[in-house]
Write a protein that binds this ligand. Sequence first.
Ligand SMILES: Cc1cc2nc3c(=O)[nH]c(=O)nc-3n(C[C@H](O)[C@H](O)[C@H](O)COP(=O)(O)OP(=O)(O)OC[C@H]3O[C@@H](n4cnc5c(N)ncnc54)[C@H](O)[C@@H]3O)c2cc1C
Length: 491
Amino acid sequence: MSETPTVRPARANAITTWDFEADVVIAGYGVAGACAAIEAKRAGADVLVLERTGGWGGAASMSGGFIYLGGGTALQKALGFEDTPENMEKFMTAALGPGVDAAKIHDYCQGSVEHFDWLVAQGVPFKEAFWGEPGWEPAHDEGLMYSGGENSAPFKDIATPAPRGHLPQMENKRIGEKGGGYMLMKPLIDTAESLGVRAEFDIRIQRLIVDEDDRVVGVVAKRYGDIVHVRARRGVVLATGSFAYNQEMIEAYVPRLLNRPAASIEEHDGIGIRVAQALGAQVAHMDAAEVAFFVDPQMVARGIMVNARGQRYITEDTYCGRVGQATLNQQDNKAYLVMDEQALEAALATESSVTFFRQPPKWAAETVAELESDMGLPEGTLQTTVEVYNKHAEKGSDPLLDKKTEWVKPIGTPLAGWDLREHTGGFTLGGLKTDLDSRVLHVSGDPIAGLYAAGRCTSGVCTGGYASGTSLGDGSFYGRRAGKAAAAQQD
Ligand SMILES: Cc1cc2nc3c(=O)[nH]c(=O)nc-3n(C[C@H](O)[C@H](O)[C@H](O)COP(=O)(O)OP(=O)(O)OC[C@H]3O[C@@H](n4cnc5c(N)ncnc54)[C@H](O)[C@@H]3O)c2cc1C
């Protein structure tokens, strides 16, 4: 049976007992929920957070911790990088679409410097050190890195390159377990607690509650099998994360991501989106997805990526998430990495945060023709690709895809091929359409009274492309807005 009826709103006049009450009720204690809680509390509201799991943090606390910020943050300045909000806006508009919400991107870029200062003021630590190597994350605890292909084609010629991946400092990190994301969340939660934000755990929201004017006035939740009614005097903030783990929604909106959720948690089941849809909420860019590519960027930058036709399809020195998106969305998830022995040795001599991705090649050969045949590529395809690549690489250029000179070297022999088919996974970027105050918009275009949302249950700054840090970035930025706007409502 479909789950749809269970997400239909409940009527307030049918509820006899309220188990909890607050001015602002927030569903989800990840990054968007924590930021909403802090700002709502500071704006004078009594705040209650409802969290499905036994503790705070969500995907955010397991994450790498990249926060996409720029426009001249104190960290960018301290490390000698020039950036302006306008320059950042140019990059984000070009790289994160198609179909970006221009008003949101503008707003986000204009507010980015202040948002960085706010995070620092909440106690989030950033080390003044830059990591300039290709990578998913810095190898150590550096605080700044390129995280979206800003310094590679085509964006290097669209906006002045500036690194905007800001990372909370974390010693002895373990990717996917304990990283910069924890060091972002811990100070935020400490701040919320010190302000007097209340939190209830092991409580899972299931439906919204509306009054006779269809204003959202609470949520129905479940705790240990019991139904719980929670009243929100001023507003409800949805901050429950993406729909990466909702099989039905993935099938309907992002079928390429089927059975490959990554950089996400099982609690991301789309509930925030569905309860709001049941009230007539508008959604946007439901087909957009972040795509992680399980490979070491230090290797990719030094080799060539080819598709099932033996042809290059993306500049290899770009952000590996772009390589992942291009592979999954445009190459049917079929990709191979080709490197010669020298390039491999150079890659293996580097430091990397993901050395566990350094698997041995599937094929090794003395000639390109032999490798092409072993890989099962049509005769002449890889040979032509390498011939064209080498012809220009002799002069240090790559007129086909504009890979930067520092990474362009003729491919010699012996050489090897890595089978990177089915090497991607990711999370969804589409969700509720919200305005700049994080109000959830109805399909008619008006805000739904009493309902706010932020984080990955909303459509944020990314509508197609992605840069590392934009999820924690827009989640924290618009989480704050949601908290402020909800607190500002009259009881
Ligand atoms: C390994 C990894 C690395 C990543 N690296 C980065 C990175 O470097 N930079 C970046 O920007 N993003 C990164 N991400 C993605 C990022 O963490 C998420 O996209 C981001 O946390 C989304 O914010 P959110 O507040 O919407 O969701 P979350 O932070 O996940 O918070 C949502 C919360 O809602 C709770 N919840 C869900 N359903 C209910 C319910 N029914 N009732 C009550 N509570 C509920 C969840 O349990 C969770 O605690 C990474 C993710 C992972 C897992």
